[in-house]
Design a protein around this ligand. Structure first.
Ligand SMILES: [Zn+2]
Length: 268
C-alpha cells in the first residue's frame, strides 16, 4: 500500500504577481530541465503585504497558464492570504490562519471567489492548499460544495480521504531522500536561498525519475483507506513537526533576548 521506492511531488507556495521575481525565476529552469509537474499554489487576490516582494509581473498569469499546459497542477492557495482568524486548524501548526474558524458561508464565498478569479485568468484550479495549513471541517464542506475534492497537506505517507476530500500529504520543506511513501516537498520561492536551489538541483539529478504528478497520485491512490499503523505514523510525524517548530521559535526568542534583530532588507 505504501509505495516503494518513494515518490515525490514538488510544490511552490505563495505564487502571485508580486512573488519575488529574482527568486522564483531560479526554479523555472529546474522544472523545465527535469520535466517536473509541480503543484503551483496560487493566491487569487493577494493582500498580504509580506508577499509583495516585486512589482506586479504583467506576465505572471500567462506564465502560470504555460506551466499548467506543461503538466503543473494549479492549487487554490486561500483567497487573500490575510491570516486574521485565531482558531485551531485540523493541522495545528499555526495559531492565526485565513480560513480555520471562519463561518462556512464566508469560507464558501471566499473559495468561490478565489476559484472564479483563477479561472478568469485562464487557469483550472483542481487542488486546495491552505495558507498556514489552516482549515477546518467547514473548509472541507465548502471545498466539496465548490467541486474541489483534493488538497495538499497532512503527514501520512499516502493520500487519505477525510471529510470527503483526498489529502495528498505534504511533509517536507526541503529535499530529503525517503525509502517509501508519497512525499511532497514544499518550497516558498519568496524566501528560498540559493543553497536550497542547489540542493534541489542535486536531488533532482539523483531522483528525477521518482517525481510524480497530482494526476498520477490521484489515479493510483484515490480512496485509499489507511490502517491504524499509518494513522499512528501520521500523528507522530505531526507531533515531531510541532516540536521542531517550537524549538525553532525558542531559539529565535533566545537570539532576540540577546539583542539579535533580523535585518530588514528591501527586496527587488
Ligand atoms: Zn501561503
Amino acid at each position: 500500500m505504501i509505495p516503494k521506492p518513494a515518490q515525490y511531488l514538488l510544490r511552490f507556495d505563495d505564487l502571485c504577481p508580486t512573488v519575488s521575481q529574482r527568486r522564483w525565476q531560479r526554479f523555472l529552469p529546474l522544472i523545465e530541465e527535469f520535466g517536473i509537474r509541480p503543484i503551483l499554489a496560487v493566491i487569487p487576490d493577494n493582500r498580504d503585504t509580506q508577499l509583495q516582494m516585486s512589482s506586479p509581473d504583467p506576465e505572471f498569469w500567462s506564465q502560470m497558464q504555460a506551466l499548467e499546459a506543461r503538466g503543473a497542477t494549479i492549487a487554490l492557495h486561500g483567497y487573500q492570504h490575510l491570516c486574521q482568524s485565531w482558531y485551531r486548524s485540523l493541522l495545528p501548526l499555526h495559531h492565526r490562519t485565513e480560513f480555520a474558524g471562519v463561518s462556512e458561508i464566508k469560507q464558501r464565498e471566499w473559495i468561490r471567489r478565489g476559484l472564479s478569479i483563477l479561472r478568469g485568468h485562464g487557469l483550472n484550479p483542481r487542488l486546495w492548499v491552505a495558507p498556514r495549513h489552516g482549515f477546518d471541517w467547514n473548509t472541507l464542506d465548502a471545498l466539496r460544495a465548490e467541486g474541489i475534492t483534493a488538497l495538499s497537506d497532512g503527514f501520512a505517507r499516502v493520500p487519505v480521504v477525510r471529510g470527503g476530500v483526498t489529502w495528498i500529504p505534504q511533509q517536507l520543506w526541503a529535499p530529503v531522500a525517503k525509502s517509501r511513501g508519497i512525499w511532497t516537498i514544499c518550497i516558498h520561492p519568496n524566501t528560498a536561498r540559493c543553497e536550497l536551489v542547489e540542493q534541489l538541483r542535486g536531488f533532482l539529478g539523483e531522483h528525477a525519475s521518482q517525481f510524480t504528478s497530482v494526476d498520477r497520485v490521484l489515479a493510483q491512490f484515490n480512496g485509499t483507506q489507511v490502517g491504524l499503523t499509518e494513522r499512528a505514523y501520521e500523528q507522530v510525524a505531526l507531533w515531531r513537526t510541532q516540536y521542531a517548530r517550537f524549538r525553532k521559535q525558542q531559539a529565535l526568542q533566545r537570539l532576540r533576548s540577546n539583542g539579535y534583530h533580523p535585518a530588514v532588507k528591501v527586496r527587488p
